[in-house]
Design a protein around this ligand. Sequence first.
Ligand code: PRP
Ligand code: URA
Length: 209
Amino acid sequence: MSKFTIVNHPLIAHKITMMRSVDTSTKDFRQLLEEISLLMAYEVTRDLPLTDVEIETPICKMVGKEISGRAIGVVPILRAGLGMVNGILTLVPNAKVGHIGLYRDPRTHKPVEYYCKLPLDATERRIIVVDPMLATGGSAAAAVQFIKDRGCKDIKLMCLIAAPEGVKAMQEAHPDVDIYVAALDEKLNEHAYIVPGLGDAGDRIFGTK
Ligand code: PRP
Ligand code: URA
């Protein structure tokens, strides 16, 4: 079974409450999502391996630490995942970015793929798939499957808000993919929206409704 982590931090709790509020503007919503993504990236990258490196300070030689092994690839699920990319890149500026285009069919709630472009060396990278909402889990599970089908093995999923149904579906489909969220909400409603959630993340980021 994969690891499921709720990233607990007062700043994240405060900012996510602001995002949930129906009174929050598109501009503030986007800004808050970027800020929370940066804070979450700190936790998602906690287990990056380190190696010793000899350097010279202005005073003397010393052995410091540097990150070793695979570089990072960030893969947002379009559209809403785009809102989480810049926060991660602020912490990990050398990461490469792939894109997966999926939308939920409003009738069936099943994901439909319309785009996939990954970095050429994606299979050599630690992939972090990002999407603010893990509702039924269909989109995230499909996105991870597309990435696995292209040869990637080292994959994590980072979401803002999850429903228990989505976590369960992801863990059943991909028991090797650790999941990080900022909040675990109560349930899904009859339209497969997260309750209490924050509404339609893509529409709130891009101001399309
Ligand atoms: C939203 C969200 C996820 C998906 C979650 O995207 O950003 O990708 O729904 O739902 P699921 O877990 O039930 O699959 P949406 O399909 O609304 O597309 P958009 O980002 O283009 O608005
Ligand atoms: N997609 C969203 O944007 N919000 C939800 O609550 C569920 C799916």
